[in-house]
Design a protein around this ligand. Structure first.
Ligand code: ATP
Ligand code: MG
Length: 394
């Protein structure tokens, strides 16, 4: 009999009346993520999702790996199926748990019955299977209070399942339950991590990238799309909006005081991101900004940047140290790509002496020479949309 994958729900179990809504979204996300990996049936019972492969060809290792990246899942474990008889359960436990039993000093068996009509109680099943395991592995002692290994038996409608210790899931809430946000995605280390963190809270993400061809190369654009591909494994499908940004940058360079270049540019980013948000019903902007990291990320500079938007600006990395951000970026799988050495539009026309304590009125005055509305409209009209689905551009 085939193995299945069990997924325990995380924070959703704390939800009240709308728990069902969160659960349905999670099931939908799991189905969508498994679809390219084979035929699976996904069902939900008592805060556990069961993903059962319907054909022998399904790549279970790839499926388990994919399931550890689904927000809303607290833990993931692969379980072996067997017939629903005490003998079959014990035999399967002896075979399937062999490696772990040989390694562990002590163990216990824990049983859950979804099928309440099964003729043995959970305790009786645990005692029986535990006895058989103890006989098969005499060097591993039984310890019901503090075992090194817990062997799980689940008796379901059609068959029974055996599994060991689950691996941690991605946590958070199912993507799609928390609305939509626009995330400003550069090619750097920070913004893929901030995107991931807000997606983890159940938010569907629309990445916006500002592209300054020819000052930033085609490679820089491709790098951002590649980052988005890595992120889809966690965030689900996304449409990247690539904004032509060159005209705005040359206008700023030609007409504004150098010390305000970066700030004025960042204010344009916010206005355009807000435009994208309005078109898509998104209710917040997300950036990878981090207090004090660079001149444009002092409190005064952040204040000048966000003054042009009425949407909340979410900055999940605001208080992180760089090494914490790097650690997360490695875990997410974006670090290698992020550290490829292509220019970002922020590094083009960087002022030699940027203002670190800018005032909003001074920035407003500095940008007053520009046709702000016209430039924003032109950028919004020139957007290129690239749809990314499960790691592929489509
Ligand atoms: P990152 O590593 O995310 O690039 P950073 O520390 O380099 O961040 P900045 O370059 O000042 O910081 O950018 C701050 C934030 O502005 C980024 O985290 C990102 O959210 C957004 N941003 C910067 N450049 C771009 C861009 N070309 N396209 C989209 N968003 C951008
Ligand atoms: Mg950057």
């Amino acid at each position: 009999m085939q193995d299945i994958i069990l997924l325990k729900q995380g924070e959703i179990v704390l939800k009240g009346l709308n728990k069902r809504y969160f659960e349905q979204k999670l099931i939908q996300n799991v189905r969508r993520r498994l679809a390219p990996l084979g035929k699976y049936e996904v069902t939900c019972l008592q805060s556990t999702l069961y993903a059962e492969p319907l054909d022998d060809g399904a790549d279970m290792d790839a499926a388990v790996e994919a399931m550890t990246k689904i927000f809303g899942v607290a833990s993931v474990v692969r379980a072996a199926g067997c017939e629903k008889t005490p003998e079959a359960m014990a035999a399967k436990a002896i075979e399937y748990m062999r490696g772990a039993m040989l390694e562990a000093e002590s163990f216990k068996v824990e049983t859950k019955r979804a099928d309440k009509s099964f003729p043995m109680t959970s305790i009786q099943i645990s005692q029986y299977v535990g006895g058989e395991l103890a006989e098969a592995y005499p060097d591993t002692r039984v310890d019901v209070h503090d075992p090194a290994l817990t062997v799980h038996v689940e008796v379901r409608e059609a068959r029974a399942y055996i599994h060991g210790t689950p691996i941690p899931g991605a946590g958070g809430l199912p993507v799609g339950t928390g609305g939509t946000a626009v995330t400003l995605l550069s090619g750097g280390i920070d913004s893929p991590v901030s995107t991931w963190m807000i997606a983890k809270r159940g938010v569907h993400m629309i990445p916006v990238h500002f592209f300054s061809f020819p000052y930033t190369s085609e490679l820089a654009r491709q790098k951002v799309l590649d980052l988005a591909k890595v992120l889809t494994a966690w965030c689900g499908r996304m449409t990247v909006e690539v904004v032509p940004f060159t005209h705005i940058q040359t206008e700023i360079r030609d007409k504004c005081p150098e010390e305000y270049f970066t700030l004025i540019m960042r204010r344009f980013m916010m206005r355009i991101a807000q435009g994208v948000a309005d078109r898509n019903g998104a209710k917040a902007l997300v950036t990878g900004e981090n207090l004090g990291q660079v001149a444009s990320q002092t409190m005064e500079a952040l204040g000048c940047t966000e003054a042009v938007t009425r949407l909340p600006v979410l900055r999940p990395l605001i208080g992180f140290d760089k090494e914490d951000i790097v650690r997360l970026s490695r875990k997410i799988g974006t670090f290698e790509l992020s550290t490829l050495p292509y220019e970002d539009c922020c590094t083009v026309f960087t002022p030699r002496h940027p203002r670190t304590k800018p005032r909003v009125d001074a920035v407003e005055e500095a940008e007053a020479v520009l046709d702000v509305d016209g430039l924003v409209r032109e950028a919004l009209d020139g957007i290129e949309r690239v749809r990314i689905e499960m790691g592929e551009e489509v």
